[in-house]
Structure formats: structure tokens, C-alpha cells
Design a protein around this ligand. Sequence first.
Ligand code: BGC
Length: 752
Amino acid sequence: MELAKTASVALALILFASTLPAFSVRAVAPPHSAAQQRRANVEPRINALIARMTVEEKLGQLQQLDGDVDGSFRAEHPDLVRRGLLGSFLNVRGAKRVNELQRIAMNESRLKIPVLFGYDVIHGYRTIFPVPLGEASSWSPADAERAARIAAREASAAGVRWTFAPMVDIARDPRWGRIVEGAGEDPYFGSVMARARVRGFQGADYGDPTRVVACAKHYVAYGAAEAGRDYNTTDMSETTLREIYLPPFKAAVDAGVGTFMSAFNDLNGVPTSANPFTLTEILRNEWKFDGFVVSDYESVKELMNHRLADTEAAAAREALNAGVDIEMVSRLYNKHGAQLLRENKLSMNTIDEAVRRVLRVKFRLGLFENPYVDEAREATEILSREHLRAAREVATRSMVLLKNEREVLPLAKTLRSIAVIGALANDQKNLIGSWSADALGKTDNVITLLAGIKAKVGAETKINYAKGCEIACDNVDGFAEAVRAASESDVAIIAIGESAEMSGEAASRSSLDLPGRQLDLVKAVQATGKPTVIVLMNGRPLTINWIAENSSAILETWFAGTEAGNAIADVLFGDINPGGKLPVTFPRHVGQIPLYYNHKSTGRPPDAKNKYTSKYLDVDVTPLFPFGHGLSYTQFRLANLQLSAQRIRPDGRLTASVEVENTGRRAGDEVVQLYIRDVAASVTRPVRELKGFERISLRPGERRRVTFTLTPESLGFYDREMRFRVEPGAFKVFIGTSSVGGLEGDFEVADK
Ligand code: BGC
């Protein structure tokens, strides 16, 4: 459940400790722990340091520069560190290098302020987990936390103590390639995942040298880019901002996130890297966030492209005054800060406050006491067997069975022959997705689907592999071989989808169709009449109508990481029963976008019998696969919905529960989902809103009651005066296994 809006970071730390799974509870700091002592003691130390700093040294703490892709630093960097003109790095990594630079900071700089090393450790450092959208499909915060914890372990072993993650942008437009980096379209779901990932990276105290400080990004509304085109304008009501885009950021603050990243987009006319309303009024004043904000890559300089600033100095002034503390890569604070001070366009107080926030995080990381990384850790921790096992397990839990007609899946391990077809079937490079951190270019140990299948079946099973065609290619010369492979086999598995670089940053698409001739390949293979299984690998929802209609089995595997092939084989052959669900809506056609489950009703809801209603002439209004959808190799029955009350007060709570039974023959997981509908209100409300979910495992025949609690936080909304409140009136509750259907209940919120 959401924490109280005013909860301090300390309170949040104590509260979320109670929700931690057993393995991390031990790490929770008792009252008066070293961590709390350190926190209490740092403020005087920060002030003492600031009193000794020159303006140049202060601006140095606000500067972040980029290393090379391979993790090395550039020729000018050591000297900048020595002179105290560089406070943090991105991309520089590797224990030796980090220690080398840190030694310069600690031994040769005047004030001995440690430098901070940041990196995009998004879904793993070297052991790569499923892309975040995939991981979110597990609907398992514990798995997201586990993956982030391991990423933190590996990154910190390489000297990286700050990750530019989690990305908590809500995305309702799959054309936007960065939808792959987040947790999908829903603010409640996104908030749960945001908290889990922050906990996973930071633990209870990111001063632990095996932890990293997290960064909630991209603040804010970056996912609302007009037309799904990356970096594009965003424009929305304050209600939409507060109800859809802000909640995961607030959840990250409640979980104690140490840093934020401002975004590239402008929001309602003010770029988010120079927006005092979001950066200061909401983040600092309302939410009491006391960490620092880093700009996105050159987003301070880009204020000139936005035409908010006509000079470099004006760009620096706008960003710093709005509340962007560290400038990533561009150097305008450094170049123009002193001049701006002299001209009274920037106050020393503003600079000091920014420096204070940066130093606070460095102190909390324990860098002043413990600036160096233990160089022995890198060899033992990175790609350890335990990490690879976790990557495989999380990957299996991330997969979504979209369709399984006539129980084509799971496959028997004793089949005589299997055709493995498709551009992605024997691919290592793409399986690690678009943010592959230190694994980029080091994919030798990535398990392909072909390798995973071979390892799964016995020597008696013949594997007939044929690529068929490239991902985005016109050439169909390979089709004949693929058709032959299928004809000679008992079953065909076709791995199709996108390349990793078709999603992620600067990877918007105007079409969501399968690229190239892959659909034709599927048609050709299916024409053999052999049972066919479609394995999707992609970073966004795709419009796969033909396949949804004509293929018997579809497994959505996203980009499943280092252990992808093993994990997919685990699921295809039934060692693991899939239990993932979609965290995003799959549209039928790109023209339906934005299409999301929690839409408003409209005055003329779609009605097939009435022309003058809200719909399309050429495509159904419903999605191809709804938010929350996902099947299992077993079946579940939900029954006996119970509410703890028929009527509650606006400040009251209510529990809603349902009995879930595994009625099939296999053990399996179901994600039980609770949605509410405010029947009538002073502002229009969504048709449904997710307010609770739980992934449970049941043996065949096993039955369990799952209970959810609804609080004022779940039932309230922003009214016409932008006050968050619970309005009296009727509510509906739906508990089901996707955002469509389910059992229904009713209750009422009384006047008082
Ligand atoms: C991206 C961020 C990333 C940063 C540093 C930017 O281009 O938008 O998500 O953290 O680069 O690599």
C-alpha cells in the first residue's frame, strides 16, 4: 500500500522494512544504527566542507563527464579530478580504473572529496536479466528486487556506486521505444515496481559497499512524448500528471531513492530540466526529497534547442535555479556559473544547496570513509553461478503465455524432431536487450534459444535449425530451408520479433508490425500443417493479429537476458509453468494508440449497434491482448468474492478477498488482480483502476483465499481544485486474472 504522503525517508525506510522478503529483512538497520548515525552526523560535515570550497570547486561537484563505452576515462579527466573540477562520472567503470581516479581525488585534490561513478545498470551489469518491461511481466516485485540486488552487487564490484535506474516512466504508447525500459502503462503497478527496484538496488542503506544508489528517471512525463516520437513534447492536465505520471516517482521517494534524473522533454511549455514546478515545488517541497537531481545527457544544453534559453549562460541559469543539481556531460554550469553569480542571476545559496545535495549522497554512500572498491570482488561476483541461476529463474517468471490452443505447450522432451526457426533462434546479441551495460559486445556466454532447446532435450531428439530470414530483411531465399526443416519435424518453434536496437532510446517506430518478412516466414512454416509455437522476442507490444488468430501457441519472452535460451526452454518443455502477465496493452492496430485499460468512459461508449458512438470504422476498439493478460498450463477458478463492509467512511479501509483454486493438473502461478471503478464522481474517472495484485503458486486442487486492502489512497483522486480526496458514492470492485472480466462486488463510501 502507498505510504502516507508526508512520510519522511526515515519513516519510509522503517515501513518498507516490513514488506521486505525474508532474505533482506536481516539487512534492515535497527534504530540508532551506524547508517542513522551517519545520516545525522553528515550535515555539519557538509557545511564545514562547503565553507572551505571555492566557487570553482563547488561547480566541480555539479559536473558529470562521460567516459568511453569500454569503461575507460579520457585524457583530461585525471587532471580535472585533481583540481576538484569534476564530481562524478558516467560510464567509467572497472575496479582498477575507478580506484585510480579515486586515489587522485583522495590524495591529490585539495579537499579530498571522493568522486562518484554512475552507470546505466538497468537490468543487470554483466549478468543480464530480462529487459525491465519483461521483468515487470512477472508481476512479481520480489523478482524485480532480486534482479536489482544482483545488478547492484556486480556493479559495485566494478566500482560503480550509482545506477541510472529505475526508469519509472509510465508509457501508454508502444511506438515509443523506451517503453521497454519501464514497467508499462499503469501508475499503481509502476509504483509497486519502482519501490521494489529501488529496494533492490539500495537495500535499507546504500552505504553498504555492495549496494548502489538508485536514480528515478526520467522526471517527468517523458513517456508521454507526442506521437510516440522520442524526446518529443508533452502536454497534459495537472490531473493526468499527478494521477498517471507522478505516482511511480513518488513511490521511489517513499522507498528512499537517493537521486533523480530530469528528462529531455518539455512539459506544458516548460522543459523538465528547467521546471521549477516539478523539480522544486513537487519534488522538494511536497515530497521532501533531499537527494540530488542530475540532468539527462546534455539536457541542460538542450534548453537552447527547446528555445527556453537563447544563450548557454541562460540555459545554466534556468536549470540550476529550477533545481537540476548536476549537469550531465554539457559544461554550462562550469563555464558560466561564476559569471551568473557575479551578475546576481544565480545565488550562492542555490549553488550551495545543489552542492549540499551532492555531498549528502556521497556521504550516505560512505565514500568519504570508504572511497575504494575491493578489487578482488570483481572476479568472484561478476557472472557468478548464483547470479546466472537467478537470471534464469527471473527470466522464466517474466514470460507471458499469450495463447495456447489445444495444449500445444508444453512440449514433450521425447519428441523425435524439432524445427527451430527464425532470425532470433540462434542469436546472442539481441537477447540481452537495449541496455546491456557491461555485457555489450560480450555476448559469448548468452544462451540462445537453439542452445537452450538442445540442452533440454535428449540426444535422440533431432533438431533441425533454419534461420529462414533476417529480422528486418526482404530476402526470402531462406524460406525453403525453413519449410523443409518444419516438414521434417514433429513440431516447429519459430523465434521472431525485433532486434534489441529497435526499442530503447531513440528507437521509436511508426509501425508495430513484425519487421521484415517474418510474418511471411510464419505463414510459410504454418502452411506445412505442423504444430507451431511462436516465441516472441521484442521490446514493445506488437500488432500480431494474424499470428494471434492463426498460430496455436504464442510465448512472449521479451529480451530475456544472458540465460534467455535456457529459461525459454524451461517454459516450452514444461519444467516451469509460465505465470507472467502483460503490463501493457497489445493493440490490434497502431491507429488505436494510445490504447490503455484505464481509459475514461466517454459520453458515447462504443456500441456496435449504434453508429454514433466512440469507435473506429475499420478496427475494433478492444485490444488484441488486454493489460494483465497471461495464461498458464493449468487453469484457475476464482470464486466467492467477499468484502469486509458494504459501506465505509471516506477515511476508512476495506478488505476484498477471493478464493482461488487450481483446477488443472499442474502446479502453477496465477496473478490475482483487483480493480476498482468509481461509479460516479465530480470528475470523470477511469473505467477501471488496478489497486492490488498478488502472484500466487498453487498445486493442483489447492485453494487459497487472496485478500487485498483498499485504503483512502486507493479510492481517492484529484478533484477539480486539485485536492486529493475520497468522494462519497458507489464503487465497484473487480477481482480477476486480467483487466477484463472477473468477479464483481459493490460498496459505498458514506458521507462521513
Ligand atoms: C538517457 C538516460 C541515460 C543517460 C546516461 C541518456 O541519453 O536518456 O536514460 O541514463 O543517457 O547514459
